[in-house]
Design a protein around this ligand. Structure first.
Ligand SMILES: Cc1ncc(COP(=O)(O)O)c(C=O)c1O
Length: 353
């Protein structure tokens, strides 16, 4: 949720027509993020999906394939735009180096073209840090650099989907630029954990961002007085360190769930994955008790974020304790449409006041 200071900055933002000849606040944001990521330049986009798509469109063509760790957002949650808009065929790689991670050896093997004129030519490796569906797992700088180097040696371009790169950076205690080494392009999100209402950025060389601006226009993603949105992003960047609180709370949540008999993977950032027998039933049952959870990769996914305080966490654990891990209640229930919470544990403000 946007903070009061974001709303204030949005109201006061200096703006111009970005579609015509750039908006000064958007440029400030783009330049600041390019600096943080160690890139020459960057371009604002309305969403992380568009940022990834622009990168993939610039790296891929018909007859080409791209590699990505299984469950990557570009593979499973962007409606196949990598194939039907960017023209690249997806090749998921198993997590042979740990949750969300692929090894340099696996990349080398998958990148080797078989020599046949009729085969797809691997052209891109698309990494994700943190890896959402692997439970917000973190890839360390040396692991990232060795996989990226293997890809480059095999003549693949490298895109990093860093929607939650801020979380990886805070969890590891390293600057974001330490996690982008060897990547040609990087996307990051200002929404999600950072709380801006809108906005992502895709970074790369000056040549890339010039082309990316044309691709953004092609996709209908150019916005005029976008400084109003970028202003929220600038405020969001001032609060990246706060993500450490979300990570601590995710650990507390995981420990509390384990104590109550749930099977939980130890979180590395702000995502807690839980193994449950009846996924839709458990989600519905949680929702009835005011705890909103989702499903990802066949597991229950709980997130911590800045609206979740210690008090909310305790309330959630108490209510989950009442539900119990053996929950097999059928989907639906007395809470009404879409299984929405009757009494949510959060009381996040939804209006400026
Ligand atoms: C890893 C990852 N990449 C990209 C995105 C896309 O972001 P958006 O929802 O802004 O399109 C998400 C969204 O959850 C994500 O988790």
């Amino acid at each position: 949720m946007p903070t009061p200071s974001m709303r204030k900055a949005m109201a006061a933002a200096e703006v111009a027509d970005d579609v015509l000849d750039r908006d000064p606040t958007m440029r400030r944001l783009e330049e600041r993020i390019a600096g943080l990521l160690g890139a020459a330049d960057a371009l604002w986009t309305p969403t992380g999906s568009m940022a990834n798509l622009i990168a993939l469109m610039s790296h891929l063509g018909r007859g080409e394939a791209f590699l990505a760790p299984q469950g990557a957002h570009v593979l499973d949650f962007e409606l196949g735009t990598s194939a039907w808009l960017a023209g690249g065929m997806p090749r998921p790689l198993p997590h042979d180096a740990g949750p969300g991670k692929v090894s340099a050896t696996a990349v080398r093997r998958a990148a080797a073209a078989d020599g046949s004129y009729a085969s797809l030519r691997p052209a891109l490796l698309c990494l994700e840090n943190t890896h959402n569906s692997a439970g917000g797992s973190v890839v360390a700088p040396e692991e990232h650099a060795s996989v990226a180097a293997a890809a480059r040696a095999a003549r693949l371009a490298v895109h990093l989907d860093g929607a939650r790169l801020w979380n990886a950076s805070v969890a590891l205690g390293v600057p974001p630029a330490a996690l982008t080494v060897g990547a040609d392009t990087v996307s990051v999100c200002l929404s999600k954990g950072l709380g801006a209402p809108v906005g992502s950025v895709v970074a790369g060389s000056a040549e890339f961002t010039e082309h990316a601006r044309r691709l953004r226009k092609m996709l209908g993603g150019g916005v005029r007085q976008g400084g109003i949105l970028a202003a929220a992003g600038l405020v969001a960047l001032d609060a990246v360190d706060r993500l450490a609180d979300d990570h601590t709370r995710a650990s507390t949540l995981a420990a509390g769930l384990r104590e109550r008999g749930w099977r939980v993977r130890e979180p590395q950032t702000n995502i807690v994955l839980v193994d449950v027998a009846d996924l839709p039933g458990t989600i519905a049952h949680f929702a009835e008790s005011g705890v909103l959870a989702g499903a990802i990769g066949g597991k229950l996914r709980l997130m911590t974020h800045k609206e979740i305080t210690d008090r909310h966490l305790q309330a959630a654990l108490d209510r989950i304790g009442e539900v119990g891990p053996a929950s097999t209640r059928p989907f639906g229930g007395p809470s009404g449409e879409f299984g929405r919470a009757a009494r949510p544990v959060t009381d996040a403000p939804r209006r400026a006041e």
